[in-house]
Design a protein around this ligand. Structure first.
Ligand code: ZN
Length: 79
């Protein structure tokens, strides 16, 4: 498998959105190709970072408006 193909598949790899064959091929390539491995690790870190950032930029008044618009039931617990 070529690096270019691996790099195309990496985003899907991170989202677990591809077949066993593709996964095995990418994993095999990552073991042998440091360049792609570094790219993969960088992407993985990026995803971790994005997921660890709390949602910001939503004004509390917007949140309250959404809560009011929802059917009357307890809002989900804060995380
Ligand atoms: Zn490679």
């Amino acid at each position: 498998m070529h690096c270019r193909k691996v790099l195309e598949l990496l985003p899907k790899f991170i989202e677990n959105d591809f077949s066993e064959e593709e996964r095995a091929a990418v994993e095999a390539h990552l073991k042998e190709c440091e360049e792609c491995r570094l790219e993969f690790e960088a992407m993985g870190r990026l995803v971790d970072t994005l997921e660890s950032i709390p949602p910001i930029g939503v004004p509390s008044s917007f949140k309250e408006a959404v809560m009011r618009a929802l059917p009357a039931k307890k809002p989900p617990g804060e995380k």
